[in-house]
Design a protein around this ligand. Structure first.
Ligand code: PMP
Length: 364
């Protein structure tokens, strides 16, 4: 068996120790005599797993007690619908910072339920820059939506862009990659399949006052209050995915918590961006201050050569670096579970490819 360095944007690489733990507990988890996949979600054993995962997430992100953690399904994409359904209460409008595909999708869904006011957009730079936010553009919106890390365009907010009483953030691709101040937000949501586990689980962290949805007449499965009241067990949850997230949170603790995770993530990003900036062949045209620490875009600016590099990288066991179909080129996703060794291997591979290319193309 030979594992690759998996730079996929998500589902993404998991810590090897987590995979081994899953293997070890496959026939018997916590002395229950069965795997978590076979276990009733109403059993004592599963409720302990769910409660532990929830508490570990609260500890990891220092989530204040006036917040509820919900384990949902339907991907981060269902949140584009649930959020406006649950939060548009007074003005029936929301402010939105437009930074690419994922804010566009949120915008389109929110339009079914209210008015969307775009307070800043990165369109003019083709989303290569995080837009400047003009506070004068703010309205009396029920909430403000933004995406902290733009998985496709590879840009990231390195601090909270603007304060709002109900700040909503899509943290699908950078949750638990660094410490954050949860108290600044009304709602945070994220699919688990990048930094926190596997597909099938969406995590919602919601301030408790926002759970007052009784006047909205919402269908039960789309009502945050129903999930909160039932400890995310209104119906069968994605039990295996919750269990895996619990193991990933144990791993984050073992590594040293979010401060240490953030330090390692920054080190990986610095190594890779330095290699790109020092290269004569590979380029990254994202504004330096807006570059993502999670998804790193690079290209030779020649589609055919990029394709050749992607094939070459496989010989170094570097997989999953083909860029998104919109942005083309290459993209290396270096989430929490990607090792420094993996990033160094990719850099070596880039250097060797470049040297080979320059040799072939230098006529003396
Ligand atoms: N938001 C962001 C920032 C994402 O990167 C993604 C998935 N790549 C989504 C939302 C959608 O997630 P899902 O596929 O879980 O619905």
């Amino acid at each position: 068996m030979e594992r690759v360095y998996n730079f996929s944007a998500g589902p993404a690489t998991l810590p090897e120790s987590v995979l081994l733990k899953i293997q070890e507990e496959c026939l018997d988890v916590n002395g229950s005599g069965m795997s978590v996949m076979e276990m009733s979600h109403r059993s004592f054993h599963f409720e302990s797993i769910l409660n532990k995962t929830k508490q570990d997430l609260m500890d990891c992100l220092s989530i204040p007690t006036n917040y509820e953690v919900l384990f949902l399904q339907g991907g981060a994409s269902l949140q584009f619908t649930m959020i406006p359904m649950n939060l548009l209460k007074k003005s029936k409008s929301l402010d939105l910072i437009h930074t690419g595909v994922w804010s566009q999708k949120a915008l389109e869904e929110a339009k079914h339920f209210g008015t969307v006011n775009i307070i800043a957009t990165g369109e003019s730079s083709n989303f290569r820059e995080i837009p400047t936010i003009n506070t004068d553009n703010q309205s009396n919106a029920d909430y403000l939506h933004y995406v902290s890390n733009n998985t496709i365009y590879c840009t990231q907010f390195h601090s909270i862009p603007i304060e709002h009483p109900t700040l909503v953030c899509d943290m699908s691709s950078d949750i638990c990659s660094k410490p954050i101040d949860v108290s600044k937000y009304g709602l945070i949501f994220a699919g688990a399949q990048k930094n926190l586990g596997i597909a099938g689980l969406t995590i919602v962290i919601i301030r408790k006052d926002l759970l007052d949805t009784k006047d909205l007449n919402l269908p039960s499965m789309l009502d945050y209050a129903v999930y909160a009241k039932n400890n995310s067990l209104y119906n069968t949850p994605s039990s295996f995915a919750i269990y895996v997230s619990g193991l990933v949170l144990d791993w984050i603790k073992e590594v040293g918590g979010l401060e240490e995770i953030a330090r390692i993530n920054q080190e990986k990003a610095n190594l890779l961006y330095d290699a790109i900036d020092n290269s004569k062949l590979f380029f990254n045209n994202i504004s330096k201050q807006d570059r993502s620490t999670m998804n790193v875009m690079f290209s030779t600016l020649n589609d055919e050569l990029d394709e050749r590099f992607i094939k070459f990288a496989l010989t170094y066991k570097c997989d999953g670096i083909k860029g998104h179909r919109l942005t083309k080129g290459c993209r290396a996703s270096i989430y929490n579970a990607m090792s420094i060794e993996g990033v160094k291997t990719l850099i070596q591979c880039m250097n060797d490819f470049e040297a080979q290319f320059l040799k072939e193309n230098t006529h003396v």
